[in-house]
Design a protein around this ligand. Structure first.
Ligand SMILES: [Zn+2]
Ligand SMILES: [Zn+2]
Length: 423
């Protein structure tokens, strides 16, 4: 049933690329811009530039049970559906070197999760948000099954992503997520007692499950900003204002914090053809993965890649670098001195290994000096998936099973992603 809708979308997308006039009306594209016509768009209609959107992978072993986010999907209390949820503040059509979308979503849209603070205001004030939900409940560990089976069994029950509605007890009454001008009642300090302190874990099940995703909070770094993402949550409905529930809206650049890049991030023809995060291959994002330490005194060059002796057949590698030691992801100001791939390092990896998932511990896999060339090398084939901003502290280097699940944001060239490692 979904296939005709999907084909329609494809047709729409290819018409956008064939007829630049139409692109002005494209909802993902800001309307005051985009009048300039793209000159080299003839090739984009070719058959091999049609993204594959799957619901089932690996001959029926993996089922995606998450709904794709589209403007027409139902959203709580909205009669006309979700509507436009993506914008392109930075667009290659407007001269930017990359596409960088921003998303705005009511948090109870589509496939989503409720935290206790949704309907209990004292839990909300105490910080019982989605970041405190138990990954053991969401992903039961089954030691009696061999790891390959576990990959299948655990795959698609992960929470979509980690959004914090209240950051800590300290923030509970003058909460950033609370609209200014409201909520002045200081009386309700229920959240102060010890048993109302939420547990936030990085490791579960005695070191069997590691959360390698950074928490989203106002200080979460994003490229090109000294201030972090700032206030990214707003309470649309608040129990303090008489609502029956708390209900937040989320506004976030899709390349903030721990996130994934889709091919459309740096290739305009891929963007126009629809190679978005919804088209990424879940088989690549889930499976055996190597966590490796790289030499701390260098960017990731061809020489460094060669020195790591990554065996053929390894498909997923998470590179831990100086960025982790410097705790760059904990600093809200974007730091251009981070370590990343140089173009020759990316090329060496493409030419000499079977790696399809590249993970790194800062906001870009590419070193700042080779930001575009290294991204281009990785994304050209549309087979390599880049996961950026991983939290790799305090985990032994070695072999794990990785599970990474992006949001199904139709049209987005990046997405927040929840990644865990299982021993
Ligand atoms: Zn990115
Ligand atoms: Zn990137």
């Amino acid at each position: 049933m979904k296939i005709p809708v999907f084909l329609l979308l494809l047709i729409t997308l290819s018409q956008v690329t064939l007829n630049p006039i139409v692109s002005v009306a494209d909802s993902a594209y800001p309307s005051p811009y985009g009048i300039e016509t793209t000159t080299s768009c003839q090739s984009t209609a070719s058959d091999d530039l049609i993204p594959v959107r799957r619901e089932v992978y690996g001959n029926g072993r993996i089922f995606d049970i998450t709904h794709r986010l589209t403007p027409d999907m139902p959203s709580w209390d909205l009669e006309d559906g979700l509507g436009q949820f993506l914008w392109l503040p930075k667009s290659m059509k407007n001269g930017s070197l990359a596409n960088n979308s921003e998303m705005k979503l009511p948090t109870h849209t589509g496939t989503h999760i409720d935290a206790p603070g949704h309907v209990y205001d004292h839990y909300f004030d105490a910080g019982f948000d989605v970041d405190t939900l138990d990954l053991e409940v969401l992903n039961e560990f089954m030691p009696f099954l061999e790891s390959k089976m576990r990959v299948v069994c655990k795959l698609l029950v992960l929470t979509e992503l980690l959004f914090v509605s209240t950051i800590s007890l300290a923030f509970s009454s003058p909460n950033d997520a609370y609209p200014t001008g409201y909520g002045d009642e200081p009386g309700a300090c229920v959240g102060a007692s010890d048993d109302l302190r939420p547990l936030r874990r990085e490791v579960y099940e005695d070191g069997q499950i590691f959360d390698i995703t950074h928490q989203f909070n106002p200080n979460t770094p994003i490229g090109d900003s000294d201030e972090g993402i700032g206030q990214f949550l707003t309470l649309l409905s608040s129990m303090k204002n008489g609502s029956d529930y708390n209900f937040s809206e989320l506004r976030l650049g899709v390349h903030a914090g721990t996130h994934v890049d889709a091919p459309g991030h740096m290739y305009e023809e891929y963007y126009d053809a629809g190679f978005d995060v919804d088209s990424l291959d879940l088989r690549v994002l889930n499976g055996p993965a190597l966590l490796v330490d790289v030499p701390r005194d260098n960017n990731l060059t061809a020489d460094v890649m060669q020195s790591l002796h990554i065996p053929k057949g390894v498909k997923r590698v998470l590179f831990r670098t100086l960025n982790t030691d410097r705790r760059l992801m904990w600093k809200k100001a974007f730091d251009t001195s981070y370590v990343g791939f140089m173009k020759d390092g990316a090329q060496w990896l493409v030419d000499n290994t079977d790696i399809k998932l590249v993970g790194i511990d800062y906001l870009s896999v590419a070193a700042f000096d080779d930001l575009l060339p290294a991204h281009h090398v990785f994304l050209k084939s549309r087979e390599i998936i880049l996961v950026e901003g991983l939290k790799l502290d305090d985990i032994e280097a070695g072999l794990y099973t990785v599970h990474c699940l992006p949001l199904r944001l139709l049209g987005a060239e990046g997405s927040p992603i929840r990644c865990i490692l299982i021993k």
